[in-house]
Design a binder for this molecule. Sequence first.
Ligand code: BGC
Length: 734
Amino acid sequence: MTQEKLNELLKDMSLEEKVGQMIQLPAKVLTSGGLVTGPTGTTQLTKEQIGMAGSVLGIKGAEKICELQKQQMAKQPHHIPLLFMLDVINGFETIFPIPLALGCTFSPEMAEEACSVAAAEAAADGLHVTFSPMLDLVRDARWGRVMESPGEDPYLNSEMARAMVRGYQGDLREKDKVAACLKHFAGYGAPDGGRDYDNVELSERTLMEDYLPAYEAAVKEGCRLAMTSFNTLNRIPSSGNKWLLRKILREKMGFDGVVISDYSAVEEMVPHGIAADVREAAKLAVEAGVDIDMVSNAYAGHLAELVRSGEVPEKLVDEAVLRILTLKNDLGLFEEPFKVVDSAEAGKILLREDFRQKAREAAAASFVLLKNEGILPLRKNFQSEEGSIAWIGPYVDNREIYGAWSFPKRPEETVTIKQGVEAKGLRGMSFAQGSYVMDKGCATKFGRIPNPSDEQTDQWLSEAVALASSSDQVVLCLGEHKDLTGEAGSRTSLGISEGQMELLRKVRQVNPNIVTVLFCGRPLAVKEIAELSRALLVVWMPGTEGGNAIADVLFGDRVPQGKLSMTFPRSLGQVPIYYNHFATGRPNPSHEIHLFRNGYMDEVTAPLYPFGYGLSYTEFAYSEVKLDRREMKAGERITASVTVTNTGDMSGVETVQLYLRDPSASVVRPVRSLKGFQKVSLAPGESREVSFSIEEPMLRFYDIDMNYVSEPGRFEAYIGGSSDTENGAEFVLV
Ligand code: BGC
């Protein structure tokens, strides 16, 4: 449809019809089933309002969606097609590793591929919009939603943002693409105490410099929707924050897509205490620039009347509706409202073999090897059938390894570790019986899995210990249950359950050759686990091909290459902890406990494993950093290079990272900031020169007057395999 036709359509629509476009229904209002992630006010809608609604949330299934599309379009005066939206966060039916794990790949290419697979599957199943990418910067592991973010670094998150938007959207009119929705705008990742939905206080400088860049990167990549966040930002709920949505998102960042509220967030401005009632909440939201009210009764119940009474100019409604119609048009829905297909055709696309292969590669690349005392990779050549490697723990044969935002229709397609190991056809593997649900802590927070009795647990424990003592090596598969992560998954502890710790301690008493495979959706405090294990591999929540990818990595068919995209603390008390913190007046470079220095009395300040850290089965040596010149002006560049050598005896992939530091500026700068990374694949003995170009825009920040500028002076550049590298050189910006 041409722009002119869209304008004509808008002119021809009644006020009720226009408001209808701005209402999103939860699918369960129209049909049985559907995803529900919170309370909704849509129970109060009239039949007419339901018939007029412009979009639907939370439904899967090509045929169901087609049927609803037909049914709803028939009710609309202008037969405008509806938008069907869903949270497709890390894959649709082929589940990829959680976004935090994808961050650890340091591979925007892989993230793009993961999202384009997700888009192909979701589009084949009838969807038009995914509520992804989630780009909230995360520094506090207590917050359950850290699993949905690429991590703690503005630069890495921005690279991932661009890649994810490209992967989902490509050319939006293609059959295998969906529109992306950046979220949660803004600053949702920094709630007080790590408690979900809580207040966020960020200085404007921190917001601009650290929290906004990844959202902005998505906007610049052409992301079509943006979702408001639940939280108050500096005391103002985002869905009513005109400054945030109009001034920052639209004016400053240039966003011209559709703004949708988070789930019932418009109504929630009443309990927040900035609207006396839902009517006022509707007014605040439309003034702030929220185009679609997700599942609350605010727009449906009050917007038309607010316009009629003259309290809200109709112009605001028209602008919002035009944006929504434009999105529908750009998706090609006016010409082809049933982009899908039928379930038979969708069936050919979902879980395609090449999709599974990509998920397997991405999972393997996301695992982070935190420790290895020469025990990994595991031997493959055991001579006997006897148990030489014992596989023990609740995650050995567990399919719930796909993350809190995955709703596969066929969870039975998920490959467990046991299946992955068995597929290798090796001798000498024994699997502990009955160790699926070891104790309460492995069960879901909703208690869906019945807890075993004490006697049952004791029996499993002694069987597992007996098996460990008769085996050469033990692979302990432990973790945090997926339902302890994700939305509302905040925690006040960062460990795994006591039952699993007991298992680890008991096994250790009979066999020290322990490889721990750790499932988690957040950085955990793993000091004791690391001490008791000879190797520790973090596998996050790896998805459909998890078991195969884990077997690949443990047996050395693939070499671990993940690097932490979020810091692992030593203890909960260090949280929030992140590598790009600010220098204090009393720095503590030794990280030891020091009276009257920055830090703690009972713990060193350094994290257990810093951002950017991750081992391989081989070793990489770095030469000193070479700069081709020591001085530059704006418009010039310095080339910084190192030679990286694989000094081990296996091939491997290293992520070479560039960090910059501005040691003297008009405001305090982070101790270092990631400004580039490159992945290099090296055969044993092979060397490669890796170069980064340093340019003046990379040195910019918000100065004392909030201007985004660089300031002349001395700078430090570091290049290495982790954020704590000391391999540096100095240069001057004149
Ligand atoms: C979450 C969003 C999600 C929405 C729709 C909300 O509860 O905060 O991230 O996209 O539900 O399911």
